[in-house]
Ligand binder design. Structure first.
Ligand SMILES: [Zn+2]
Length: 706
């Protein structure tokens, strides 16, 4: 079987290569290729994996896919090693050299097929399309290493990932030009069929369609899905199935186990139905399904499984969100943002805590059209206490893991000095040697200081594995909650200041190096990313400007240079007398930066004329806005993560519910993003994000080439 493919980077029309030898190639395509729209969005559908048989198949599928990924990553690393050590070839004919080494998308795909066919067992679990997608994913990492991203930043050598971090299997996209053509993971059934099969007994008789359910007030029950949901039997072909929603995977080509059929569980209340209706009621918009697993210590096997369905078009936005964004877009304001991290060397004044400072002006910079506004976003005391508690819990878990590892592998550890002395005392007293001791000394090492036995060969108890799973689960849910909070804070900023903001391009990783833990608490990168998304979604943008050319922290709105060290938190200009908080002043200055070339943040400059005029026009009001004490009506403080303002919706309600044994089970809420790099529910993909690599349309174009 020939696996040769010609994939040309031309985005619209695929040209044919001249036929070489007896190999046959396809002729020139006559039609324009189908193009995926710019906007796509994803809904997370929890899957019901009740029976051991299905669970074991899924575990084997993930294990098989991970072994393919690992083999490809090792291949790629070896080849990249060979590539970089030959500077002569790289100068003369780099492209040909890469081709020879197989460092191309097709080269990696060929390797994937080779691994698949030679292994003998992989084909029982994995289809060729899945292996191909895996190769494409590995290639994406290799490409970033070889050529860099849009800004030219190259990433390091691709790393071989661990089994525990392997969470997502990318499925193949459905063909939108040929009917009934959808490989790997397919979603069948309809929302109406789901409603008909699992109606709640209290649902009024006159409600029969999903659209009617969506019009019910939140708090009404719509569905009552049983705890053990049976997979429906298809009547004829799956394509004719109109019953409850179900995920179908055919298995590997040599598999004898038949189709893997997993029922989908939907949220049951009426409040989520507008959302479900948006994603699931138009099957022609369904594009592709990725299979994702998530740590869940209480699920059998330790994993919960989800189908991430990508649809063509925008995500769901509630009427309230749309109204909020429209109002923000109508504000006609321009603003600047400045991020900082609390400096542990300086006594903690309220103003020197880590946070973001935002200052905005009316778009015309004229006091007649509005006032100057400033906001600080900082961690509340409550959130700090919560973080401290979390760190303490993490440490306790970590110590329990260490203890368990030492108890299971006593021969790998020394006794501590104290344990040693005690053993000597007992021996001197003629007592027996104590056997049951968790040795708390150092690890046994060889002459070169390396562990005598690699850590991966240690014996790990069941309790260890369970605890580690719980630890990973807690960490993932913590991250999800933080991202949600960042989005809430970003929304609160854009409501006040509008979506046209400018930020000084700071190097967040440098902050982390300098400030470590306190930066970890505030996670400025996460908030800035959320702000970027919110601005884009509200019709504006967060413009990044370079630091070196503008040096916003070192100057004043009047144009004078006001040098400050990092520890100096106040700005006091000797030329014009403006005094205020350092971050608020540089945020105000950021509102006056202009980019000569929009693509290049390093060519930013501050419009001194404009800033001087605005300073004169706003006078005392500007002085009050950048004043050091936050919390005044003009200078409100948004607390990030306080329980009163920005707790994730529904989190408290869920905890307070009595733990009665319920006979039906709802789906997990999916308010936050997925744990994997698929765009989340209501995320808007930034314009041009698919533009760099027009050939990778999530496998859609392979229908035309394979
Ligand atoms: Zn000044």
């Amino acid at each position: 079987m020939s696996m040769e493919m010609t994939v040309q980077p031309a985005p619209t029309v695929r040209s044919a290569e001249a036929p070489a030898g007896d190999r046959r190639f396809r002729g020139q395509g006559k039609q324009l290729l189908w193009q995926r729209p710019e906007q796509v969005s994803v809904i997370v559908l929890p899957l019901v994996v009740d029976r051991d048989r299905e669970r074991r198949r899924l575990e084997k599928l993930f294990a098989a896919m991970h072994s393919i990924k690992r083999a490809l990553q090792r291949d790629a690393r070896r080849r990249l090693g060979a590539y970089w050590v030959s500077p002569r070839r790289m100068q003369q004919d780099a492209a040909e050299w890469r081709e020879q080494l197989g460092l191309t998308r097709e080269g990696l795909e060929r390797r994937a097929y080779r691994h698949l066919e030679r292994s003998g067992w992989l084909l029982d679990h994995v289809s060729k399309a899945l292996a191909m997608h895996q190769a494409d994913e590995v290639w994406a990492g290799v490409e970033r290493h070889l050529f860099g991203d849009r800004e030219g930043r190259r990433s390091g050598m691709p790393r071989v990932g661990s089994y525990w971090d392997f969470l997502r299997i990318a499925g193949r996209a459905r063909s939108h030009t040929t009917e009934h053509k959808w490989e790997t993971f397919r979603l069948f059934g309809t929302l109406a069929g789901h409603l008909a099969a699992y109606r709640h007994p209290q649902l009024p008789k006159e409600i029969i369609s999903p659209a009617q359910s969506a019009s019910l007030a939140p708090g009404n029950h719509v569905l009552a899905q049983p705890r053990h949901q049976r997979a429906p039997d298809p009547v004829g072909s799956w394509w004719d199935h109109i019953g409850p929603l179900v995920l179908v995977f055919s298995g590997g080509p040599t598999s004898k186990a038949g189709e893997l059929v997993l029922p989908v569980r939907l949220p049951q209340g009426a409040g989520r139905w507008p959302y479900l209706l948006h994603y699931l009621d138009r099957p022609e918009q369904w594009h592709k399904v990725d299979l994702v697993r998530r740590r869940n210590a209480s699920a059998p096997g330790g994993w919960a499984y989800e189908a991430h369905l990508m649809i063509l078009g925008d995500g769901y936005f509630s009427p309230a969100t749309r109204a909020r964004r429209q109002a923000a877009a109508d504000l006609q304001r321009v603003g600047g943002v400045d991020g900082n991290v609390s400096n542990p060397g300086v006594p903690a004044k309220p103003a020197s805590r880590g946070g973001l400072a935002v200052v905005s002006f009316p778009g015309s910079y004229s006091p007649a059209d509005g006032d100057v506004a400033s906001t600080r976003v900082s961690l509340t005391e409550e959130e700090k206490a919560r973080l401290t508690q979390k760190h303490r819990k993490d440490r306790a878990r970590q110590r329990a893991l260490h203890r368990s590892r030492r108890a299971s592998n006593p021969q790998q550890y020394h006794l501590s000095r104290r344990q040693q002395r005690r053993a000597e005392r007992r021996a001197a007293a003629g007592l027996q040697v104590r056997q049951l001791v968790v040795r708390s000394g150092g690890r046994m090492v060889d002459a070169r200081g390396r562990p005598g036995q690699p850590f991966r060969d240690d014996v790990l108890s069941k309790g260890y594995r369970r605890r580690r799973g719980r630890h990973a689960e807690a960490a993932a849910s913590f991250q999800e909650a933080r991202t949600h909070r960042a989005r809430c804070a970003a929304a609160a900023i854009v409501v006040v200041h509008g979506p046209r903001l400018t930020i000084e391009e700071g190097n967040v990783s440098a902050w982390f190096q300098r400030w470590g833990r306190s930066c970890l608490a505030f996670t400025p990168g996460r908030l800035i990313k959320a702000l970027d998304e919110e601005c884009t979604a509200s019709g504006g943008s967060l413009v990044r400007v370079g630091t070196s050319a503008t040096a916003l922290a070192q100057r004043c709105l009047c144009g004078a240079r006001v040098p400050k060290t990092l520890g100096q938190r106040t700005h006091a200009c000797p030329a014009c007398g403006l005094t205020g908080d350092r971050d608020l002043v540089s945020a105000a200055l950021a509102a006056f930066t202009t980019l000569d070339d929009p693509g290049k943040p390093s060519f930013a400059r501050v419009d001194d004329d404009l800033s001087r005029r605005a300073q004169r026009a706003f006078g005392q009001r500007l002085q009050a806005a950048v004043a050091e004490s936050p919390g005044s009506p003009r200078n409100p403080e948004i607390s990030w993560g306080g329980s009163t303002v920005l707790r994730p919706l529904g989190a408290t309600a869920a905890r307070k519910r009595p733990r009665a044994r319920r006979r039906c089970a709802s789906a997990r809420r999916n308010a936050g993003p997925c744990l994997v790099p698929t765009p989340a529910g209501s995320t808007v993909s930034p314009p041009g994000s698919h533009g760099r690599n027009p050939d990778s349309q999530n496998g859609q174009n392979f229908w035309d080439s394979a």
